[in-house]
Each structure stands twice: as C-alpha cells, then as structure tokens.
Design a protein around this ligand. Structure first.
Ligand code: SAH
Length: 366
C-alpha cells in the first residue's frame, strides 16, 4: 500500500519528501494544500511544478477517505459514509448551526465497549483509525463545503476515542496546528476509560471532555455500560475531579434519556444528589435515538425529559438538553451499525484493555 500524506505534519511531510529524494522544502506547501486548502488530488497543487506533482502521485496516496455515500436531512445535516483504504467504512456527520458549523467524527471502526443501547457497540471493534483517517473526515467534509468554515469538532461518531488515545492525540494536534481549529472548539467524548482519562489530563489540552454517564447508580449503569464493572461510578467521578483539577476545564456528563429505564423521577433525584458536589461540571441530556438493535430502549416524552431536567437542576446542577439534528437520516448518536455498512467483514472479539495501544500507529505504508 502506498503512503498516505494526510496524517503527517508539515515537518513530517518535509522528511517524507527528502526520504524519497524529492525536494523537502516543498513539505510546507504540501501541508498547506492538504490542511488549509483541503485539496483532494495532486492536480490541485498548482503552486508545485507539474513534474513534481506527477512524481508525488506515483509515490503517495493523498488522503485515506473516499466517498461511499452522502445523505442529507432537511435541517442541513449530512451523513457521510466514507471508505477507508482497507475497505472498512466509517461514518462522519456534518452539522450546520446558525452560529457555528460542527462535525462529528469517528475514532474507531466499530467499538469494543458493547453498551447495551448503542448500535455501534453491538458488533465489536474491527480496528482503530489512524490519525490521518480521523483528520481526513474533517478535511473531506470541509472540501465539500468550501463556503462554510467548519469551526467545531466532536469525537462522538463510531468508537471509543480513549481506547485509541495516541492516534486521537496526534489527530487533535494536526487539527489544531495545521488546520487551525481552536482546542476550545473540540470535544472528546468517552464512556469513562479511567487510565486514559488520566493520560489525557496530563496532556492538559484546553479541549472539552464529555463523559457518558447515563445512570446515577452502579446497578443501572452496569446494565447499560459494561465498562462500569471495571470503573464504577465513584472511581469515574474521582477521575473526573482529577481531570478538572489538572486542566481547569469543565466536564460535560452525557446522559441519554431512555423511557422508563433511566429517566424517572427516582433517577433524576439520584443524579442531582450524585453531582451536586462534583466540581466544574454540567449535564447534557440526549433523548434516545431508537435503533433496530434494542427495542426495549425508547425515546422519552418531552414532558418526561423536562421534568427530569427540572429535578436535577433543583440540586444546583447545570443541565441542558442537546439540540438534536440528524435523527431522520440515522446520523444521530449511536445509530450507526457496522454490518449495515460492510458485509462479510471479520470482527475481532472484544479486546482486553491491556491490548490498548500506547503508541500512535504509523500511517499505512510507513
Ligand atoms: N464512545 C464515546 C463516544 C461515542 S458516542 C462515548 O461513549 O462517549 C457519543 C454519545 O452518544 C455517547 O454519549 C453515547 O452513549 C451516545 N449514544 C449511543 N447510542 C445512542 C442512541 N441510540 N441514542 C442517543 N445517544 C446514544
């Protein structure tokens, strides 16, 4: 497989060119073309000599993601299914709002966390995405919308970003240093992988960390989130306090409301009591998006959701409901399943946490 250029910093591009006997000083121009002009073919690099463009095309692939399909909803949301070089498929979502344009990107092909309510988690993990594959989802969508500058990025697509931390960190650096997004406009969402939260805290990036809580007690949370057996709520909240202390950044607790499961007054009171002394946090409720994998989970009525928020707020806890988009094209959280994308692909059993890599993997072909 040929090396892919997206995923390399401008400095790395310089080295890469030199290693192939090509003029290294062109690395900066290459980086600019990839990350600020969002070029997706070598002909677009009009500031490079034609001969060099032809040499580049022989030595390298420009970017890993190619279009498989794009679906759009009346509210402007677009769901992108993107092919990867090994024929895996991932999802990314484009979300235009009045005051900003946000994208939601994936960090893994599939997910090993097996949360009982989430479609992505039903089929295990195929593999981690490389840093280049993470960044390229943003580049791809930006290239489709040259008129609309993407300002915000959330890692809430397929996968558990903190199980792919080295590649996620490299991707965030590229998005910050090369593309120019502010870290403050980037959100990483985790199910609560405590050791990786500690590592992320040590990086001290001014991103927003979102933690998927979904339940106020261990009995219920373990039913919904198997990882809770390993890192129960008290341990998770302690890691959140440590994170806040290390970074001075507020944590958002995600709470997917499921009718009759975790949205009753009982859970609202428990959640309020649980978080009333938790420093620098806010709760974000998300009405459950129905999936075809778990019929017992249903969306709450708006009244139930409102009552839930009122009760939690009465404890002095900040709580808001996420403004939702994309439900109609199943582009909303947790609605994407791998098997609907790729037939006959082989799944690995759920990996043990000890298998989680600690080094960023090189881009393919390196
Ligand atoms: N693995 C990470 C990020 C991906 S999912 C995490 O768990 O945080 C982003 C959010 O969508 C998570 O809070 C997840 O629990 C939630 N989610 C999953 N399935 C959902 C569904 N069917 N409806 C609404 N939210 C869902």
């Amino acid at each position: 497989m040929m090396q892919t250029l997206v995923g390399h910093t401008s400095a790395e591009l310089t080295e890469l060119l030199t290693s192939k006997g090509l003029p290294g000083y062109r690395g900066k121009q290459l980086g600019k073309g990839l990350y600020t002009r969002f070029l997706r073919d070598f002909e677009g690099f009009t500031d490079l000599p034609k001969a060099l463009r032809e040499q580049l095309a022989q030595e390298f692939t420009l970017a890993p993601c190619t279009e498989r399909s794009i679906q759009s909803a009346p509210d402007g949301t677009e769901k992108y299914l993107l092919n990867l070089p090994d024929d895996e498929v991932i999802e990314a979502v484009y979300l235009p709002y009045d005051e900003r344009t946000s994208v939601c990107v994936s960090s893994q092909v599939g997910c090993p966390m097996a949360c009982s309510f989430c479609a992505t988690g039903t089929e295990g993990l195929a593999r981690n995405l490389t840093a280049g594959e993470i960044v390229d989802q943003l580049l791809f969508m930006q290239a489709k919308h040259p008129e609309q500058r993407i300002s915000h990025l959330v890692l809430m697509g397929m996968g558990e970003p903190l199980l792919n931390l080295p590649n996620v960190l490299k991707a965030l650096r590229l998005i910050h240093d090369e593309v120019g997004l502010s870290y403050r406009n980037i959100t990483v969402s985790t199910i609560g992988v405590v050791p990786a939260m500690e590592k992320l805290a040590a990086e001290n990036l001014p991103i927003t960390l979102a933690v998927s809580l979904h339940a106020p007690n261990n009995t219920l949370r373990s039913e919904l989130v198997p990882l809770n057996e390993k890192y129960p709520i008290s341990r998770l909240l302690e890691a959140c306090r440590d994170y806040v202390e290390a970074t001075s950044r507020r944590i958002t607790f995600e709470y997917v409301l499921m009718a009759g499961i975790n949205d009753t007054e009982k859970e609202a009171h428990e959640l309020g009591a649980l978080l009333r002394r938790q420093p620098l946090c806010a709760v974000n409720t998300i009405p459950y998006n129905t999936t075809d994998v778990a019929a017992r989970y249903q969306r709450p009525t708006p009244e139930a959701a409102r009552l839930f928020r009122e009760i939690v707020a009465s404890y002095g806890v900040n709580i808001t409901q996420r403004y939702e988009k994309g439900h109609r094209i199943a582009a909303a959280c947790g609605q994407l399943k791998r098997s609907t994308l790729k037939l006959g692909s082989t799944m690995r059993p759920l990996p043990l946490l000890s298998e989680v890599p600690t080094e960023a993997v090189p881009e393919p072909g390196a």
